[in-house]
Design a protein around this ligand. Structure first.
Ligand code: ADP
Ligand code: MG
Length: 283
């Protein structure tokens, strides 16, 4: 079994009026099965309302399925006795870094998680140092988080999760509120955690350029996983992505248009170097 495994999960939000009568039901996750292996970098794509955040909250036992089963590191999230272990195995990073940072000094903030877990003080400081180094924020350890840029704050929030030594980190649109520089910093940090620290990363995003390095991509629509594969496999399916109202990386789209116009190019070109190489070989 992988680090995260979902079997036929359904999640319904139920709206009730003041008397408690059911007013409406939204099926936000609709029969999803997936298996994520330890050490993978997973990207989840999908337009607004497709169920990404609802699915992500299942991976941290913030929600549990209405139907079906989800296991984190082999533990059933529906069993309340597992919640503590699951939250330690699977850390969560959200969109808005301001809501996640509580300390008045960077290193204190990063230490809160391990402190709550009962980690001995010496080890907390060790973990704080390592985590800040892993996200490239060690030089800012004595700074006030208020003075940092959005990308820096988000990296501090990530360090706070890393300091708890989770097996996987789920990032729900961590770059949505950042400028292009901040986005790059956060994605670089996420990739380093995966490459160097071997943390399983699940990145939810709607920026296509952030998924091209993933091992595997899941595309969601109306609560279902409608496509899954490597970035190259997914981005070869340009028409389907357009139907799902998703963009394709610009260079992939250009290659696709050139191919439609008659050039012999392979599907799923992911970066400029690949396109240049292919065009060079044509000439
Ligand atoms: P995404 O993260 O892909 O934008 P969400 O998981 O937030 O999607 O939402 C999936 C569906 O569930 C949407 O139709 C949304 O309106 C609905 N939804 C999300 N959160 C709630 C909630 N707390 N109560 C009721 N409906 C919700
Ligand atoms: Mg969301």
């Amino acid at each position: 079994m992988g680090i995260i495994k979902a079997k036929d999960i359904v999640f319904e939000y139920i709206r009730r009026d003041e008397e408690g009568n059911v007013e409406g039901i939204t099926r936000a996750v609709d029969d999803v099965s997936l298996d994520i292996e330890k050490g993978e970098f997973i990207a989840i794509l999908g337009h607004n309302g497709s169920g990404k955040s609802t699915l992500a909250k299942h991976m941290n036992a913030l929600l549990y399925p209405t139907e079906g089963t989800l296991w984190v590191d082999g533990k059933d999230t529906a069993d309340a006795a597992n919640t503590w272990d699951i939250r330690q195995s699977a850390g969560m990073v959200f969109q808005n870094p301001d809501n996640q940072i509580i300390g008045s000094i960077v290193e204190e903030d990063v230490g809160f998680g391990p402190e709550n877990m009962g980690v001995p003080t010496d080890e907390i400081w060790e973990r704080v140092g390592e985590s800040l180094k892993a996200v490239g924020m060690y030089e800012y350890r004595k700074h006030s988080p208020n003075r940092l840029s959005g990308g820096q704050k988000q990296r501090v929030a990530i360090a706070g999760v890393v300091a708890m030594h989770p097996k996987c980190i789920i990032m729900d649109e961590p770059t949505a509120m950042l400028d292009p520089n901040g986005r790059k910093e956060v994605i670089r940090a996420a990739r380093a955690l995966n490459d160097v620290e071997k943390v399983t990363v699940i990145l939810i995003t709607h920026y296509m350029d952030e998924v091209i390095h993933a091992d595997k991509v899941f595309v969601m629509d109306k609560g279902k996983v409608v496509m899954q594969g490597t970035p190259r496999e997914i981005f070869s399916r340009v028409e389907e992505l357009k139907e799902l109202r998703l963009d394709v990386p610009q260079v992939t789209l250009l290659a696709y248009e050139l191919k439609k116009a008659g050039l012999h190019l392979p599907d799923g070109i992911l970066n400029t170097e690949e396109l240049v190489k292919e065009l060079w070989e044509l000439s």
